[in-house]
Design a protein around this ligand. Structure first.
Ligand SMILES: Cc1cc2nc3c(=O)[nH]c(=O)nc-3n(C[C@H](O)[C@H](O)[C@H](O)COP(=O)(O)OP(=O)(O)OC[C@H]3O[C@@H](n4cnc5c(N)ncnc54)[C@H](O)[C@@H]3O)c2cc1C
Length: 345
């Protein structure tokens, strides 16, 4: 039986491992952080709760939003009600939930950080600070800065990613999910998860310098929540293809696969990735069970590739237009996309 090592115990790994366990295919998972509060809005889109996480069986607190308050460039605030409201959860709770379910399915999670991966005599060597392990197949479910991706094809370049940073705020001071557009390729956002609130910025990587990123968020907090108390801050990356050609790259080879963020499978405009991580895990499991791991590439392209490609083309166009006619155009197009693509009423 092939020895399979998965790096990462986030959403992508969760469905993959569960499916493989139900076909008696054991795996070994490495994740040094789980369970952890990954920087994230924690929005579970409707397809997440309808296909993968039954919210009625989810034992942790969640918040429920009926729509988004958009603040546009002219400072107008408009509430857009969605036909399909969404839940917001804490990523630490979700991480704990997934870890416990995986353990119930007999998965072993080694709480160590993978520091090196290399190919040796037709096998993979996976090293941590303590030990070196051998695998026939490696699966990168290790997020936007994936070490597995680095080993098989190189990192996601800045052109194809957003940078996200912001602050955790102490109080649950507001029941709005706010998205604000300004003069940069991205958006500011704030939301309450069950235990705290977050305010942050998501912007094309390298479009704004680091100091200005945080000061934009601080101005946003001062304008919207002047009495908010800051509890911490974060910086993270989100894959965000700026050209449909990004998806020509394979996400599986003879003895490796990339899932979720490591594969770059995130909606390129708004940065929604939990659904794609879960779905990629499901499709990867089907490919492994069928004995043809490279069929994963065909499967994800059929399942959701068109949507990612279409939105990457759209992003490419609006980045070009914003370069020529002014950065505020990016926000205008994003607003239009968020209003029309989210099944609004
Ligand atoms: C600020 C922000 C807000 C977001 N908001 C939303 C949202 O509201 N809704 C949504 O759908 N998506 C959102 N996303 C995107 C979403 O978080 C990701 O797309 C999703 O978590 C991807 O799941 P994954 O399993 O591929 O990777 P991850 O969730 O990143 O999990 C990867 C795991 O791999 C582990 N790992 C990494 N490197 C190593 C290593 N070397 N050794 C061992 N383990 C390792 C990590 O500890 C982690 O647990 C947001 C992202 C950001 C940054």
């Amino acid at each position: 039986m092939s020895r399979i090592i998965i790096i990462g115990a986030g959403p992508a790994s969760y469905i993959l491992t569960r499916k493989l366990a139900s076909h008696d295919k054991p795996v070994c998972i490495f994740d040094h952080q789980v369970p952890w509060e990954k920087p994230c809005g924690g929005i579970l889109a409707i397809n997440v709760t309808s296909e993968f996480i039954n919210i009625d069986d989810y034992p942790y607190p969640r918040k429920y939003y009926e729509g988004i308050h958009f603040i546009t460039y002219d400072k107008e605030c408009r509430f857009i009600r969605y036909n399909n409201p969404f839940y917001v959860v804490s990523r630490k709770d979700l991480s704990e939930y997934m870890r416990d379910k995986l353990m119930d399915h007999g998965a072993s999670i080694i709480k160590e950080k993978v520091t090196k991966i290399y190919h040796y005599n037709d096998t993979w060597r996976v090293a941590t600070d303590n030990k070196e392990y051998t695998a026939d197949i490696i699966i990168g479910a290790d997020g936007a800065l994936s070490i597995t991706r680095q080993a098989v094809m190189g990192s996601i370049p800045p052109l194809h990613r957003y940078i996200a940073c912001g602050y955790y705020l102490k109080e649950l001071f507001d029941n709005r999910c706010i998205v604000k557009f300004s003069d940069f390729p991205g958006y500011l956002w704030s939301m309450s998860c069950p235990y705290y609130a977050t305010a942050g910025i998501i912007v094309q990587d390298q479009a704004i310098n680091a100091k200005k990123l945080f000061s934009s968020v601080e101005n946003f907090i001062n304008e919207e929540f002047p009495s908010a108390e800051i509890a911490g801050r974060y910086t993270a990356y989100i894959p965000s293809a700026s050209d449909p050609e990004f998806y020509n790259q394979p996400c599986a080879g003879e003895n490796w696969m990339l899932l979720g963020d490591a594969a770059g499978h995130v909606e390129p405009l708004i940065g929604e990735g939990i659904y794609y991580a879960l779905k990629s895990g499901e499709l990867a499991a089907e490919a492994i069970i069928s004995g043809d791991i490279q069929s994963y590439d065909k499967k994800w392209r059929e399942a959701y590739g068109n949507k990612l490609i279409t939105n990457a083309s759209y992003k490419k166009t609006i980045l070009n237009l914003a370069n020529q006619f002014g950065p505020e155009l990016y926000g205008a197009f994003l607003y239009n996309n968020l209003c029309t693509n989210f099944n609004t009423s």
